[in-house]
Design a protein around this ligand. Sequence first.
Ligand code: SF4
Length: 338
Amino acid sequence: MNGVHYTKNDIIHILKSDDPAETNELFIRARKMREQVCGDRIFAYGFVYFSTYCRNDCNFCFFRNSNDIERYRKSKNEALALSKALIDSGVNAIDLTTGEDPLYHNEDFKTFCEIISEIKHTYNVPVMASPGVVDHATINALRDAGADWYALYQETHNRDLFKKLRKGQSYDERMETKLYAKEQGMLIEEGILAGVGESAEDIADSLLTMGKIGARQVRIMSFVPQKGSPMENIQTPDREEELKVIALMRCLYPEALIPASLDVDGIDGLKERIQAGANLITSIIPPESGLMGVANSTMDVDNGGRTIHEAAQILNDMGLRIATKEEYIHYMNEVLRK
Ligand code: SF4
């Protein structure tokens, strides 16, 4: 299905508009497009953030190397048990995420690949791998282990802003790694942050870049200040930009997976993101698991608020439902891979 041909100027105009009728029309259009592609189905990923060690120092991140925090690294069996619990609860895929953990780099991602392989081949569940920037051999190993997706977010496509956000890291290496994964047959996810000093023009550039690089999952998350980080005192933005960008992404790329992340506002933020055109719930975390989210690392986790059960009830009230794993696999192979 073809998307709306918004120009860069159209996108900037929509982002800057403060006309509620115009914004409402955008959301209605986005929902209609989602319905044409997905019907009443909303997809759902389980989130297994199994190591919070990281060699990097991103200025927006709680888990940056120089932040003096308690960290964890789950064993292979723990990661598998957590994945299994999420699969049994009804998620469609598992997002295996780590910081750029030096331990995994030193062992050529052997443990990471073993976890992927087991989830993929024992449970027959699609896997997204989110280990940060890795070399080509590791991309090949992740793919060979069975990973369907490689997620790696620039967070912005303005190189100056990138330097401020991802301190000491290479924009080009990050982008090239993602493009290599795509060339090797993996689906890729691209993502940006809202409220970190970007302009409407930057957002428009990002949205158009997402299409150019062929990202089939595209996400925006509002910045949430993290204790102990250099951006600790920057306010979280209101959610209008995030919601408009979700709707714009849906209109531009009708078939894309567009997350309504529970990581920003917990389960309370689900409905408005779905109303804006999202078709994928991410950051579902098993309660009492000791796992963390990324932006709001503990919000709603232990009280069971980030479960598929809670999400399904909210969707039900909106006339929507969680897709089955088989529906997700069919969508991934027959729509996203085509
Ligand atoms: S955003 Fe990712 S790469 Fe950057 S410090 Fe945090 S965990 Fe590490």
